[in-house]
Every structure is written in C-alpha cells, then in structure tokens.
Design a binder for this molecule. Structure first.
Ligand SMILES: *Cc1c(COP(=O)(O)O)cnc(C)c1O
Length: 397
C-alpha cells in the first residue's frame, strides 16, 4: 500500500523546497528587459544579496549553477599554471579542485576524509612549506554537502595572516548561505561563491560570486580573463545588459526578489537561528534512534555539523531501503548518500542525507522525522523507538 498521495516533500540538499511566494512571483509573462521596472528591481536587490553574505563589497551574478560559480571564481583570480591549495572534507571540495584542474591550474589537495572539518594547522603547514609563495588561493568549502561537515573560515584567515601569505581565501557557501551563520567580511574571506537553489529557495539557475577589493586587485593583474566570466562589468554595469553578460534571468530574478523579501522580513539572524534549532531537533532524534542499531550521524561533534544538511548512515543497504520506502510509500524524498564506502559497505549503501535548508519549519522537520521513524518500523531496521518524541521535546524546550 502506498500513502504517498498528497503534497510530496523534498528533503534533499538542493535543490531545496521552493516557497509558493517564489513560484507565484515567477508565474508571469516575460518582461521587457529594457523596462525600467526590472532595472530598478535588480538595482534594489544587490545590497540585500550582499547583506545575506554579510559583505559590503561586490557581487557578480551569473546564469549558472554552483559549478559555474566555481569556474567564475577561478577564472577571475587564478591563471593557468598557477597553484591553488584545496583542503577537502568531502565531494564538493574535490569538485572545486577538479574545476581548477580543468582550467590548467595546479592543485594541491589536503585530504581530510569525510568526517572532520578543515584543520587550520594543516593549512598553516602547507602555507609555510610554500617557500616561493606560489599558492595563489586557498579554496575552502564552508559546508561540504556530501559529508555535512562545516569548516571554520575565520580560522583560515587567521592562519593566512599569521603566516603572512598573500593567497586569496575563497569560500564555497553554496550549501550554507542563508542557512548557517556566515560573515564574509568579518571572517576575512576574499571571495564567496554561492548559488540560488539551496538556502535562497529559488530554482537552480543563478550563481553568485562575491569579492572584496583584495580579490579585485588580483583580478586586475590577471593576464587574461574570459569575457563571459569577467566579474567587473557584472559588478559595475554601465548598461543593464552587462549585469548578466547578456539577457537577464528574468524569472529567476522575480523569484529571488520574493525570496529576499522572505529572508528580510524574518531577519537573517532569525533565519540562522531557525536552521540551528531545527537541525538540533533532527540530531536529537537520530542520536536517540542510534542508541539501538546502526544509525549514526556522519559528524560526531555538533559544533562541526552543518545546519542545512545532515549526512548519516544506517548500516549496509539500509540507507537505500529507507530512502525508497520514504519516497514510494510516504511521499518524502531523502537525499542519496555521498559517503565514502568502506570494506563492510563498499558502495556506501548505508548512507543517506537529509536536506533541511531554506523553506523549512517545525512541521516539515517533524514530518520528515516521523516518516523516517515509520519507515524504520516498516522495514524492521533496528533502532530505539521514540526519536520523534525526543525531537518534539527539543523543539518545545
Ligand atoms: C550544491 C553544491 C555545489 C554545486 O552546485 P550545483 O548547483 O549543483 O552546480 C557546490 N558546492 C556545494 C557546497 C554545494 O552544496
């Protein structure tokens, strides 16, 4: 029997749930891109977008996903043959590194596995070992969506300053922006990369690169920057057309306008606090279930866990079984695992992920948890019953 009819729920770590207000804002005829109303809307949105990244500096908007924003960030700052240092804590760190390799950039990986955040001391050692200061940028993923680990970006700034190394600090906040606390300027990131389909609640299709004056100086000294990725005209357009290197992503902009209204009326600090609280309830439930059986959060230390996505394992095969049950029987789609296999579970079939980013409230979180607990019972997967009650208590406190 299936109980999946009704409004389905997507709990994957991007694309995230699109609020009705965003969908409705996008449901309209094509506008004239030379119309002053659209121009004024975009001009008005830029400061709000910067505020979400907590920066007073610049932003360039691209019609692309996060991969495009990765390429944009590198195309403006690192020339072929130059070196980047990439401390990796999961799939997305490697993805950014691969993007660099594809551009002819030399990549130094500092592998951290998939269960710990970036170790600033290892970055310090790598910077100290770089005698000729060849490293042009450190690429750090704030929240690696595959492992759900969150790294300390401010700690990397401190290390760069203490070593006196001129490399740029570039942060990938695709998964964390408007979910986990992030302060670009206060933490000293020179470049921040993000996209619209996670915490910003808009369908995939816009990438953002925020950059400060240090990064702009580096860009000015580049031997060559591709016209399309060049962030200068996008940040300082003389004509509206230049904002987007061509035709504007009209409907995405209406969607983003609505999303920024939602974030603005709730308040960014309140948005962060909501994510933290809902994530805490989820962790409490998982820890309770795991007291009997194999369920484990991938990241042991709560201070190192993302508030936007949670990776967990459930023992060989059971992650895949639970996901199938939740989707087919209960209308809830959980995320696939991007865990690393081991001898016992080479395909990492025990891993799965829960996305809880953007448009999510207590009722949605409790619904997902109740469905998971029901699935554990239906599939006879060993667990300690009562995780939902523990989560409810956590939210009631
Ligand atoms: C989703 C994600 C990306 C990639 O974004 P796409 O839009 O899928 O290209 C990059 N980095 C992180 C941390 C992500 O979560």
């Amino acid at each position: 029997m299936t109980l999946a009819s009704g409004r389905s729920h997507i709990a994957i770590p991007g694309p995230s749930i699109i609020p009705d207000a965003v969908l409705q804002a996008m449901h309209r005829p094509a506008p004239d891109i030379y119309d002053t109303e659209l121009l004024a809307m975009v001009d008005g949105m830029i400061p709000e977008l910067k505020a979400v990244a907590q920066t007073a500096h610049e932003v360039a908007i691209y019609i692309c996903n996060g991969h495009g924003a990765w390429e944009a960030s590198l195309s403006n700052t690192v020339a072929p043959g130059e070196v980047v240092l990439v401390p990796t804590c999961g799939r997305f760190g490697h993805g950014w590194a691969e993007m660099a390799e594809g551009l002819g950039i030399e990549v130094q990986i500092l592998e951290h596995g998939r269960q710990t955040p970036i170790d600033a001391e290892r970055v310090r050692a790598a910077l100290l070992a770089d005698k000729g200061q060849r490293i042009k940028a450190v690429l750090a993923v704030h929240v690696d969506t595959s492992s759900s680990v969150r790294s300390d970006i401010a700690a990397l700034r401190r290390v760069l300053d203490e070593v006196g190394h001129p490399a740029l600090l570039m942060a990938d906040c695709v998964a964390s922006l408007a979910c986990d606390v992030y302060r670009m300027d206060a933490w000293g990131a020179d470049v921040t990369v993000s996209a619209c389909q996670k915490g910003l609640m808009v369908p995939p299709g816009m990438g953002f690169v925020f950059f400060n004056p240090r990064a702009a100086e580096v860009q000015a000294r580049m031997p060559r920057v591709s016209r399309y990725w060049d962030w200068r005209p996008r940040a300082h357009p003389e004509m509206f057309y230049q904002y987007f290197g061509g035709t504007a992503p009209t409907h995405h902009l209406y969607g983003l306008r609505a999303a920024l209204d939602m974030i603005g009326s709730e308040g960014l600090e309140a948005v962060w606090a909501r994510h933290a609280r809902l994530a805490g309830a989820l962790w409490a439930a998982v820890e309770h279930w795991g007291e009997e059986g194999a369920m484990r959060l991938n990241i042991a230390d709560p201070a190192q866990r993302s508030h936007a996505v949670t990776a967990l394992s459930l023992g060989k095969g059971n992650g895949d079984r639970l996901r199938a049950w939740c989707r087919d029987v209960a209308g809830v789609t959980l995320g696939i695992g991007l865990g690393a296999g081991d001898d016992e579970d080479p395909t990492a079939s025990g891993y799965f992920r829960i996305g809880h980013m953007g448009h999510i409230n207590a009722h949605m979180m409790l619904g997902v948890l109740a469905v998971i607990e029901t699935g554990l019972k239906a599939l006879d997967i060993p667990h300690r019953p009562g995780g939902v009650t523990v989560a409810a208590q956590r939210l009631a406190d």
